[in-house]
Ligand binder design. Structure first.
Ligand SMILES: [Fe+2]
Length: 343
């Protein structure tokens, strides 16, 4: 089977991206206090909170993710605060924080509250903190890392839960990250398409992305920042349900992605490409996506089981340094596993 395109040609155009969310426009609607109220009133775990403790606000974006305000994540967060953050993460697939000032050690401490840290096999590591992967681009480098729609680690048998990315050094403009909401992508599929994919499984691979074949231009240009091709070559492809039940929240999400999905199990290359192309086109509809504009102190924490992301490469000649910590996940179940067991 030929390699899939890491990027989807022609479907995301720069003009369209900037017009959907240009300067002066916000992805975060106003007056979302009701949502916070909903968290307090309807979640039994947060019902007991005193109002004074509830400085956190959760502001859902129109496409994917939600911004959380009113919290300093460099300090030890209370269980109540952690509950709100975890609920928002589960509900929206990505959470964003602004004006945070975390040291590397505090970044690691925050990440550990969500699970065990996954030390990435392919990314360059921080000199002093191997838990931190360096996502970097120097002024003289042309290719960026993650410059196509994908979700991390789908090539693993137990895909990582998600990553916490901190902006350390930013270009004067550009370098935004797009997120696409895979809950919405699934929910809004036509009924017949939903029915046709419910029992399918897809094959995911890292070899064409991180392996030694070097058949992608992007790879040749990111050597040194991404490495260890032998480890990628040795990886076995993974198979996951096309529609998963997100662990814990049990929300249904579309789980295929242009970066690492190489086909539908048991299907021909042609049929696989046809179906995946249809799903991908639907997934990146404007109403499912959000552009996150980085500022000093910005943090994005995304769930690989509920979102895709895409790092825009439009800041040639400038340095962009991001620190990423990835948290381990678990095996993924079909959203319809219970139905199957019952039948
Ligand atoms: Fe990524």
């Amino acid at each position: 089977m030929s390699r899939p395109e890491y990027r989807i040609p022609g479907q995301i155009k720069t003009g369209k991206l900037s017009s959907s969310s240009g300067p002066g426009k916000t992805d975060f609607p106003e007056a979302k206090e009701l949502f916070v109220e909903k968290l307090i009133c309807h979640d039994p775990r947060t019902k007991h909170l005193m109002e004074s403790e509830m400085a956190l606000s959760v502001l859902p974006a129109t496409g994917a993710g939600a911004e959380i305000t009113g919290v300093d994540i460099s300090r030890r967060l209370s269980e109540s605060e952690m509950t709100v953050i975890k609920n928002a993460f589960a509900e929206h697939g990505a959470i964003f924080f602004r004006e945070q000032n975390l040291t590397e050690a505090e970044h690691i401490t925050f990440a550990r509250r969500f699970g065990e840290i996954n030390i990435n096999r392919f990314f360059a590591k921080h000199r002093d903190y191997p838990e931190i992967a360096m996502v970097s681009k120097e002024p003289d480098q042309v290719a960026n890392i993650g410059g196509g729609w994908h979700t991390d680690h789908s090539y693993d048998q137990e895909p990582a839960m998600g990553s916490i990315l901190i902006a350390r050094e930013l270009p004067p403009s550009g370098g935004d990250t797009w997120f696409a909401n895979m809950y919405k992508a699934y929910e809004t599929l036509p009924v017949d398409l939903k029915a046709s994919i419910r029992d399918l499984r897809a094959i995911h691979s890292a070899r064409h992305v991180f392996g030694s074949r070097d058949d992608m231009d992007m790879l040749k240009k990111t050597r040194g920042r991404i490495g260890n091709p032998e480890a990628a070559d040795a990886l076995h492809d993974s198979e996951h349900p096309v529609v998963i039940s997100r662990p814990l929240s049990k929300k249904k999400a579309l789980y295929v992605n242009p970066g690492f999905t190489i086909g539908i199990a048991g299907w021909s290359e042609r049929d696989s490409e046809s179906l995946l192309g249809k799903l991908y086109k639907h997934a990146i509809k404007e109403e499912h996506i959000t552009k996150y504009q980085w500022k000093p102190g910005s943090i994005a924490f995304w769930d690989n089981r509920a979102t895709w992301h895409f790092a825009q490469n439009d800041y040639q000649g400038f340095r962009r340094i991001m620190h990423r910590i990835t948290i381990n996940g678990c095996p993924l179940e079909s959203a319809f596993a219970d139905t199957k067991k019952a039948s």
